[in-house]
Design a protein around this ligand. Structure first.
Ligand code: FAD
Length: 386
């Protein structure tokens, strides 16, 4: 039971609860029963994006004019909390990229022409989107990116390479960060890049420790020509747009991670009640009762910090500090919580058949992706004026 979803604060209304219920039903019926099969296959069906879009997952906060629901971050929180029932983080990361890493940027920065061509189909799940910033030589240091777009007539001609791109194999278009001028910070632009463009190719699908069914790709651009009208926002302002939008990405990450901490706790408690050793249930041992109680308290503390950040974001208030703290605290906590939730399962927890092992392994990503813990701490230290 998630105590924090009481009606007083945060203000989860009936509408938010409907989101929660419909997402939960979708996860239990359409995803969880097949998660192990897809996990073993290392991929999941593309149609899941259509089905998730039908629920409204990709446009929760998007203007209804473009097919969105025009709701707030509480609706996103309700959806993420319910998405734990997939038992399948590989799909959640793909959905998160679509819903919170690409759609909001196009919504905010796009012209109506671009919104019609890219935003509406992404919200409708008809076009899969990927966010392509990282490169072999640039991850935390975004301003070091080297993929270039030079102007030629009315076009941009793009050359370079991207790495670690979630949804990269299946993407119909990329939200692509490119270098358009020499200056480190003032020389980056954002482009909307259709992946059918000549000269574009997907290298290998990366083999990872976790999120094994999520498509993570390296991408190559060999003199790819796209019209200049695919520029998103202003030329050479890309770095600042990316930094601004990292707040939404990090808040969504904190919500996703909280959700899977809840799930692994549910699985641990359930197992602790079922499993007998030395004549009693595992959960009757004080060591487990206390360890899980401590985790429950820490998760709730992390949740309220995340909700506080969400509240600030809903009010369009400055939230960098709170979002960075929420990202740092939830993702670090998840390492301990999922470790212990796996531990209580004993040998069964070490098999891939038990979702608790998948969650433990997949949550490892989040102290790295969406801004590493070290970068979060660095940001916080700077904000403190140290
Ligand atoms: C599964 C997966 C999915 C991903 N999906 C995407 C995606 O969809 N789109 C995308 O653009 N990127 C994506 N990424 C890339 C991700 O954002 C980067 O991996 C991350 O930003 C870290 O960059 P890096 O790997 O280059 O590590 P580096 O930046 O090289 O960092 C290496 C280590 O050094 C530390 N470090 C770096 N700088 C400092 C410093 N100043 N002080 C102290 N320590 C420091 C880091 O914290 C880290 O521990 C994904 C990565 C993975 C693994």
């Amino acid at each position: 039971m998630i105590q924090a979803s009481s009606p007083s604060f945060p203000p989860f209304t009936e509408e938010h609860e409907l989101v929660r219920q419909s997402v939960k039903r979708f996860c239990l019926e359409e995803i969880a029963p097949f998660a192990t099969e897809w996990e073993n296959a290392g991929e999941y069906p593309r149609e899941l994006f259509h089905k998730a879009a039908h629920l409204g997952l990709f446009g929760i906060r998007t203007d209804p004019k473009w097919g969105g629901a025009g709701m707030d971050w509480w609706a996103s929180a309700a959806a993420y909390e319910a998405l734990r029932f997939t038992d399948f983080p590989s799909i959640n990361i793909g959905f998160m990229v679509q819903a919170d890493l690409t759609v909001p940027l196009i919504d905010e920065l796009g012209t109506d022409e671009l919104r019609k061509e890219f935003l509406a189909p992404a919200v409708a799940g008809k076009r899969i989107a990927a966010l392509a910033i990282s490169e072999p030589g640039c991850g935390s240091d975004v301003a070091a990116l080297r993929t270039t777009a030079r102007e030629d007539g009315g076009d941009f001609v793009i050359s370079g390479q991207k790495l670690w791109i979630t949804n990269g194999v299946n993407a119909d278009f990329l939200l692509l960060a490119v270098r358009t001028a020499e200056d480190r910070h003032h020389g980056i632009s954002l482009l909307l890049f259709p992946t059918e463009t000549k000269g574009f190719s997907v290298g290998k699908r990366l083999k990872k420790v976790g999120h094994v069914a999520s498509d993570t790709a390296e991408l190559f651009f060999d003199e790819c020509r796209i019209p200049q009208r695919y520029l998103l926002g202003r030329r050479n302002r890309g770095f600042y747009y990316i930094m601004g939008h990292f707040q939404g990405e990090r808040l969504a990450t904190a919500m996703l991670v909280l959700s899977f901490m809840d799930r692994s706790m549910e699985l641990a408690v359930q197992y602790g009640k079922e499993r007998q050793a030395f004549g009693r249930r595992l959960i009757d041992n004080q060591v487990w009762r206390h360890r899980l109680a401590e985790h429950r308290a820490s998760i709730e503390a992390a949740r309220w910090l995340t909700y506080h950040a969400a509240d600030l974001m809903n009010h369009h208030a400055k939230a960098d500090r709170e979002v960075s703290m929420a990202k740092l605290v939830t993702t670090e906590l998840a390492q301990k919580v999922t470790y212990d939730c796996m531990q209580i399962h004993g040998g069964f927890g070490y098999t891939t058949e038990y979702p608790v092992s998948r969650i433990w392994r997949d949550m490892r990503l989040y102290t790295i992706g969406a801004g590493t813990s070290e970068i979060m701490k660095e940001k916080l230290a700077k904000q403190e004026g140290w």
